[in-house]
Each structure stands twice: as C-alpha cells, then as structure tokens.
Ligand binder design. Structure first.
Ligand SMILES: Cc1cc2nc3c(=O)[nH]c(=O)nc-3n(C[C@H](O)[C@H](O)[C@H](O)COP(=O)(O)OP(=O)(O)OC[C@H]3O[C@@H](n4cnc5c(N)ncnc54)[C@H](O)[C@@H]3O)c2cc1C
Length: 469
C-alpha cells in the first residue's frame, strides 16, 4: 500500500518518520486499516484515518507523539472503540493511535491491593486477573469484553457499581500519561495518601484523549464480594423507588452494589430482546428496579436481603419482587438490563446519558416523555438508568421520528435539562457528539479554565482536536 496515492505530502513525510521509529508493522495505511478503527459504538460518521499506529511500549507512544507534534499532525487515541460519544473517531486527515498492543497486567501487589496494568488491557481481562488473585476490580460495564482500561479511564466510565465504589476515577492510584509533545508523565503511585502538590492524574481521567495518552495505570483492588444476590423489584412509582433505595442503603450500607431503574418502555423492549422473550412478572408493572446486594461473607445465603424485601412487600413499599435463586437466575435478570448492547442492531438509537438530581428524576422523565410525545407523536423512547448515581439514560429510536435530524432530538432533550441543573453527560463523556451542548452544563468561566488547561498541555492542539472543548 502506497502512502502517496491520496495522502498529503506533509503526512507522507510524517508517516515515513513514524515507520522509521516504530517499524513498518506498527504503521498501517489505506485498506490495511480495518473497519474497527473507523468509528466507535455510536457508528457516527465512519472515516478511514490517514494512518493507524500500533505502538507496543510507552517509549514508542512517546516517540510517535513527538513526531506528530513537531509536524502539527492531529492524533486520535483509540482504545476498544466502545465509546458512546464519538470521542475516538478519527477524520481522514488524522492519525489514529491504538493502544491494542500495549496490553497486559504488569503486577498485582497483594500488600498494597493494587494492580499495575497497561492501557490496552480489556476491562474483562483486568477483572479476571484481579479475581484470580483473590481481589475484585470495582469497575464493571456492559462493554467489559472490548473496552480497555485506557479508554475506560479516559472517559471516567461509570457502570453498574458506581453506587458502591465510585466511578473509574475512584479506582486509580497512579497513572502514566504521554503528553502531546512526547513527554512521559509517570505518576505510578501505589499509595492511598499522597498529597504532594497537584493530583495531576485527575486531569487526564475523563479528558477523553484530549490532554494526553494514558499508557499505564495503578488501580485499586478491593476485597472480593463473594456473596451476590440479585432481585427484580416491581414498584408503584419513582418516589417509591427512591424510598426503597434509601431503605436498602440504610439497612445494607454500601453492600447495595447496583440499583438500576427501568421504566416500562425500556423493560418491555428489553424483555422482548432476551432469549425467552418473557417478563419474569405475570403482569405489567409501573416501574422496575434491578437491585444487587453484594456482601463479603461467602456464607451469606441472601436470606437477610430476601427478608428485607419480604418486609417491604408486606408493608406495600413495593408491589412484588423476584429474588434470583441461582447465578443463572441472576444472569437472566441482568440480561434484561444489558440488552442495551443490542440497541444499535435493533433501532437507530439516539442516546442520552444525563444526570439529574435523584429527587427530580421521576419528574424529569414524565416531563421529557410528555414533551417528546407532543413534539414527535409516535416516537419510541426508552428510559432507564443507574438511578442511585443520579444517572438517567434515554434512548429515542431515530426510526420512529423519520426525517428528524438526530441533532434536533439532542437539542430538544438537552434543552430540558437547564431548569434541573442537570448534566449533559453523566458517564459517557462529551466526545464529538455533545461538544456544542457543553454550555448547558458548564459556565463560561469553567469552559475558559478547561481551554487554558488544554492550551498548557497541548499547545499545538494535536491531541483529539474537535473533541470535548
Ligand atoms: C454495551 C456498552 C455498555 C456500556 N456501558 C457503559 C456504562 O455503563 N458506563 C459508562 O460509563 N460507559 C459505558 N459504555 C461506554 C464505553 O464502554 C466506555 O466509555 C468505555 O469504557 C470506553 O473504553 P474504550 O476502550 O472502548 O474507549 P474508546 O471508545 O476507544 O475511546 C473513548 C475515548 O477515550 C479516548 N481514549 C481511548 N484510549 C485512550 C488512552 N489510552 N489514552 C487517552 N485517551 C484514550 C478516545 O480518544 C475517546 O475519546 C458502554 C458501551 C457499550 C458499547
């Protein structure tokens, strides 16, 4: 494959320098670049980048970035490409830098309870390694098999266990990052307490590849929560769900590992996509909560959890509950919630990942649904979320609003957030898709401070231009 066919001369020179430094097999162009590198899970505007770099070491990432920075060549870091904000999409004039080959667990330190891991390691491999060592990595999301540690930290991903252990940010003790000019900033700290000046790592976590390329991380490990019990609960209303959340956290503290709410639109659609296509309840319910109790005592049979739900049933705090008796039962209940992975093949999803204060989510959902129905009668919209973390997901099926540009739907729903002081991105990030809506959730002063940080760390603006800020 020749670089010269359609590639600008400046890029040809840069590619030749990159080949010399990284080796031919680490620089792909044209048809050598597969579809996976052309867009992320949003399937937004696929484009073949000018080149795909596949460095194997931090040193190679550093040298590649130094070359690109000197040439003012834009670079887009790419992880598992499961992002939901378009952050990893590279345009035809940009070079994609994949972390695929910088993978592996370097160390598990049982005394410090830490894992040192390379950025290209999939979340699932890291979870499995932690388990084998008798620990738990308190990060989990549906994309676990493909998303990478680097991408997961770069987006400060949330997921199913935030209510218990916080977001990706809360799992990081140390980070190694390569800046736009190739400088390696290695803060591979293993200590819980370390107040030596600014906590630089926090700048890069959630920066979506705009401030530096994450190459390695030291992650906290937690004791294994050996007893997991899952229940699907039917509720009268959103207020009843909040009361149940507070009652359960009051009784079990942060042994409540997940509290996922599904409104009937989502639940019915999710059920229709599961293997048996049948709801675990015999009748339709106003609202569903998927609750997980995750305790440390392997001998805990879940009796106390079931009995607390039994009491809630007796006092009519809940309408019904199905407590999983086996791991297979629990998986079947979680399968309903995780059918979101099928959305792209089942519809034309217009996804929202927003935050609204917990007490206002029920009101927001009612107002949003009514407004959507008035604006686009017949729209199909699905509401669900990690309500314990104030995170609501809304998916509008683009096929149910034919001819309406996705942008109009985004603007309409984001526009409803201002009175709630909500956030346009709870956990998926800003990427390409939400950039223009930043002023809804961030003040001019906050935006100006973000731009100053970007200029300070990437003065030539080569890292992921056009994303976030
Ligand atoms: C089925 C499914 C379920 C999901 N569930 C959740 C969920 O519950 N919670 C949640 O928060 N997200 C969720 N996501 C979104 C997504 O999985 C996460 O954002 C994910 O962790 C991104 O990781 P990735 O490696 O795929 O990153 P990519 O998609 O490759 O990249 C994401 C962003 O990070 C940047 N980036 C990637 N690697 C690096 C690096 N090494 N250094 C610097 N920047 C980098 C990219 O430039 C881009 O801006 C889900 C996605 C899917 C498909």
């Amino acid at each position: 494959m020749s670089d010269t066919d359609e590639t600008p001369a400046a890029t040809v020179a840069t590619l030749s320098a990159l080949r010399e430094t990284l080796g031919d097999d680490a620089v792909r162009v044209g048809e050598q670049i597969g579809e996976r590198s052309m867009t992320d899970y949003t399937r937004h505007d696929p484009a073949r980048p000018a080149a795909l770099l596949l460095p194997r070491t931090t040193e190679q990432v550093s040298r590649a970035l130094a070359i690109c920075d000197a040439a003012r060549q834009p670079v887009v870091p790419q992880g598992g490409m499961t992002g939901l904000a378009g952050g990893a999409i590279a345009r035809a004039t940009e070079i994609a830098l994949s972390l695929d080959r910088l993978a592996g667990i370097e160390e598990i330190d049982p005394a410090a309870a830490t894992m040192t891991v390379c950025a290209g390691t999939t979340l699932q491999s890291a979870q499995e390694a932690a388990q084998e060592a008798g620990f738990e990595l308190a990060l989990d999301l549906g994309a676990r098999g493909s998303c990478q540690i680097g991408g997961t930290l770069a987006t400060n991903a949330g997921g199913n266990r935030v209510i218990q252990s916080g977001t990706a940010r809360d799992q990081v003790l140390g980070l190694e990052v390569v800046l736009a000019n190739g400088t390696v900033l290695s803060s591979m700290n293993k200590m819980v307490k370390n107040n030596t000046g600014y906590d630089l790592k926090q700048l890069f976590i959630g920066s979506e590849g705009t401030l530096g390329v994450i190459t390695r991380a030291v992650l906290r490990l937690h004791p294994r929560r050996a007893a997991r019990h899952t229940a699907l609960v039917a509720l009268d209303s959103y207020d009843a769900a909040v009361r149940l959340l507070r009652m359960l956290t009051g009784r079990f503290g942060n042994d409540i590992g997940a509290f996922e709410i599904m409104w009937p639109d989502f639940f019915d659609f999710g059920v229709s996509l599961t293997a048996n296509g049948r709801s675990p309840f015999s009748t339709a319910q106003p609202l569903y909560a998927l609750v997980e109790h995750a305790g440390f005592d392997a001998g805990d049979s879940g009796e106390r959890f079931a009995s607390v739900l039994g009491d809630a049933l007796d006092t009519q705090a809940i309408r019904d509950a199905i407590v999983a008796q086996t791991v297979a039962d629990a998986r079947a209940l979680w399968a309903i919630r995780e059918t979101t992975a099928e959305f792209p093949s089942q519809m034309d999803p217009i996804n929202f990942d927003i935050s609204v204060p917990i007490g206002d989510i029920g009101h927001f959902v009612d107002a949003c649904r009514t407004a959507l129905d008035q604006r686009w009668p017949g729209n199909r919209s699905y509401f669900f979320g990690h309500v314990g973390d104030s995170n609501l997901h809304v998916t509008v099926d683009g096929r149910s609003v034919p001819g309406v540009p996705h942008h109009d739907v985004y603007a309409f729903v984001y526009g409803m957030l201002a009175p709630y002081r909500g956030s346009i991105s709870a956990e998926h990030g800003i990427g390409l898709l939400k950039r223009e809506f930043m002023p809804i959730s961030r003040s001019p002063e906050e935006l100006a401070a973000m731009r100053s940080i970007k200029r300070a760390l990437d003065p030539n603006g080569i890292l992921n231009p056009g994303k976030v800020i």
